[in-house]
Design a protein around this ligand. Sequence first.
Ligand code: A2P
Length: 274
Amino acid sequence: MKSIELNNRIAIPVPGLGTYRLGRNDAEVEHAVRSALDAGYRHIDTATLYGNEKPIGKALRESGIPREELFVTTKLWGSDILQGRITKAFDESRQKLDIGYVDLYLVHWPVKGKIVEAWHEMEKIYESGAVRAIGVSNHLIHHLEELLDVADVVPAVNQVELHPYLVMQELQDYCHERNIVVESWSPLGSSKVPLLTDPVLLDIASKKGKSTAQVILRWNLQKGLLPLPKSSNEIRQRENITLTDFSLTEDEMTMVDMLDRNERTGVHPDEIGF
Ligand code: A2P
């Protein structure tokens, strides 16, 4: 599987499997993770909020795949920051996953007034050696500026909602200039952001003999982004990691970039509540 290097030289496999609402119960989550691993995924992205760390950990342990070949991300929820229980929340996530260390731990959303304090706690967890890299999620430029002003450790990653209708090129450039990998959540859009039926994307896909999802994910790769498509379906999981047997031309990349319309499927990072 393709991988890229984080700013502390750790390799992160591309793409990763998004797991928000991966299944309706633990058995479905386990099943979906097993099929993703069979398809070749080695990077699984979860969060405290998703409530699925336990079944994900179980599927990973039972897979027989050596721990060092796997890459697992989980995230710190905002109410744990507000209640001053960051280290405790991390320990709980680690216990639920039960796979030894965590590869990447992210601040799930910026908590107004607590960005700096939360990041210092994250740095302590990193220094303890229980996690291989730390980063943030849903941080806009002004959140990152506040954090980077005082940070000893530069976040390895910023995971944001990102797709052809929400390109946020300025944020991408800001992160890439600082060696922060940008991960895309909901890279394929949603019913609210119906990307997969976009005529421009459908046209490129039909010319390439690929699916619209593959065109979007390939666009991510060529822009240096790390997409986290979620699928619980074995066929679509395989489709979403078969991305290296074609490429988009410069013109096609520009056509996709131009679809940007600043349209979100999720909440704006300045409006999140906990
Ligand atoms: P499914 O799991 O049935 O494949 P998210 O926004 O959380 O990343 O969700 C992605 C959505 O896109 C899910 O509903 C998922 O459904 C669907 N999906 C994932 N991969 C594909 C694909 N290759 N083609 C069409 N739909 C997809």
